[in-house]
Design a protein around this ligand. Structure first.
Ligand code: ARG
Length: 462
């Protein structure tokens, strides 16, 4: 007795229907339909190659192309009926294609497996999405440079241990953020370099007996090369882990910026004001304006770090080659992309539009003896060894604390009590402007350096 044809694409050897719960439990279509566009791109390239090597006739090829573009239209319009019975994006699309064009549709999967197909799809997808992340980083960096230019001379306290350390320029601080993002951008570029290898043609795991022209397919899909080892190609998810690691580092950077903005916008600091459209109020305390966006971004690092650990754990101890475990790579990956892109988009718009309270920054820099190091440097110029100068200034600071005034408010006579070489010109050194201007060295905080750095940074991101 022959069995009735099975609606499941792999149903040939099965006697029993899949349990409905298991069907839903194993299906990925609810989340991998996000790959529809790249899945079709991959299929078009594969079909072109099959046509080129004579496995598909030109008529079959043409009808596959037409069928696939109809499928895409349906998906874009929201008319496509995704079916959990068809398990994943690949089989949903192929089934609809065959429904539309008949037997030619059934030939598309020649020399291909879902294992090399999915490994190719995610790479294609991630490649584009990483580029989008990089563009957002560039946009954010651009905004930072513009704001840094406006604030090349704006003085604020620089901190170590969150204690006032030395005066710096706000432009200099913003350029530090720029550098973090520049490394993030570079890391993503590195990730794409290793990722841009094409698994297609590896088939299920061992390669295929059809004489596929893998170089041609790779060229069509703009991969740098076809993969060398089919077992590795279908099972490797390093690129996904790598991307999540890059994203976790970038999110960590954003959380550091977030933290500073949250502190700076508090009433105690009052250095900056965030635009109303990035804040919300409290339902009970009428006076509140909460920095929700930076807080959320700070919080979202948690999920991205979690996704990185998920992927590492997913791959740990997996034997070669493809295993169904790998289907679990998508949700963490997609959520990482959404989170990173959302956070970058928010910051790229929010940060360049912050209002800066220069006066509050300046006053804060005057607290905490930010120019004490300058006094020590002054004494070194007068011939004291640095350690001795450090000691002298320490004594002077203790005196000033006792008198409840800044070093610059001490009289010359008072200062001379700590060291006789101190002269009238010390007061120039003790000003905030004198302090930042003195650090006119490559990488330093002086306004002149900041302007120079901005020029170099602009060239870098051109
Ligand atoms: N949905 C699967 C995944 O995401 C596609 C590959 C399935 N391959 C298989 N042999 N079951 O990994």
């Amino acid at each position: 007795m022959t069995k009735q044809s099975d609606s499941r694409m792999w149903g040939g050897r099965f006697q029993e229907q899949t349990d409905a719960f298991v069907e839903a439990f194993t299906a990925s279509v609810n989340f991998d339909q996000r790959l529809a566009l790249v899945d079709v791109q991959g299929s078009i390239a594969h079909a072109s190659m099959l046509n080129r090597i004579g496995i598909l006739t030109s008529e079959e090829f043409d009808s596959i192309i037409q069928g696939l573009s109809k499928v895409l239209q349906e998906i874009e319009k929201g008319d496509f009926k995704w079916s959990v019975q068809l398990e994943d994006v690949h089989m949903n699309i192929e089934a609809r294609l065959t429904q539309l064009i008949g037997d030619a549709g059934k030939k598309l999967h020649t020399g291909r497996s879902r294992n090399d197909q999915i490994a190719t799809d995610i790479r294609l997808y991630l490649r584009d999405e990483i580029q989008a992340c990089q563009q957002l980083i560039r946009q954010f960096q651009q905004g930072l440079l513009d704001l840094a230019e406006t604030h090349a001379d704006t003085i604020m306290p620089g901190f170590t241990h969150l204690q006032v350390a030395q005066p710096i320029t706000f432009g200099h601080h913003l350029l530090a953020w720029f550098e973090m993002l520049e490394r993030d951008h570079g890391r993503l570029a590195d990730c794409v370099k290793r990722m841009n290898i094409m698994p297609l043609g590896s088939a299920a795991l061992a390669g295929t007996s059809y004489p596929l022209d893998r170089n041609y397919t790779a060229e069509l899909l703009e991969f740098d090369a076809p993969s060398r080892n089919s077992l590795d190609a279908v099972s490797d998810r390093d690129f996904a882990i790598e991307f999540c690691a890059d994203a976790a580092i970038c999110m960590t950077h954003l959380s550091r910026m977030a933290e500073e903005m949250i502190v700076w916008s508090s009433a105690q600091f009052n250095f900056i004001t965030l635009s109303d459209r990035y804040c919300t109020g409290s339902s009970i305390m009428p006076q509140k304006k909460n920095p929700d966006v930076p807080e959320l971004v700070r919080g979202k690092v948690g999920r991205v770090n979690g996704h990185l650990i998920s992927l590492l754990t997913l791959m740990k101890s997996q034997p070669l080659a493809y295993n169904k475990d790998n289907q679990e790579d998508k949700e963490p990956l997609f959520d990482t992309l959404d989170t990173l892109q959302g956070s970058l988009r928010a910051f790229a718009d929010m940060v360049p539009n912050i209002q800066v309270n220069k006066e509050a920054m300046y006053q804060a820099a005057k607290q905490g003896f930010a120019t004490a190091t300058d006094l020590a440097d002054y004494l070194v110029n007068k011939g004291l060894p640095f350690r001795d100068a450090h000691e002298v200034v320490g004594n002077a600071v203790a005196f000033a604390i006792e008198q409840n005034k800044d070093l610059s408010e001490c009289s010359l006579q008072e200062l001379q009590y700590f060291h006789t070489t101190i002269e009238q010109d010390v007061f120039e050194v003790l000003t905030l402007e004198g302090s930042v201007n003195a650090r006119n060295i490559l990488g330093g905080t002086a306004p002149e350096q900041v302007r120079l750095q901005i020029k170099q940074c602009r060239k870098l991101i051109e």
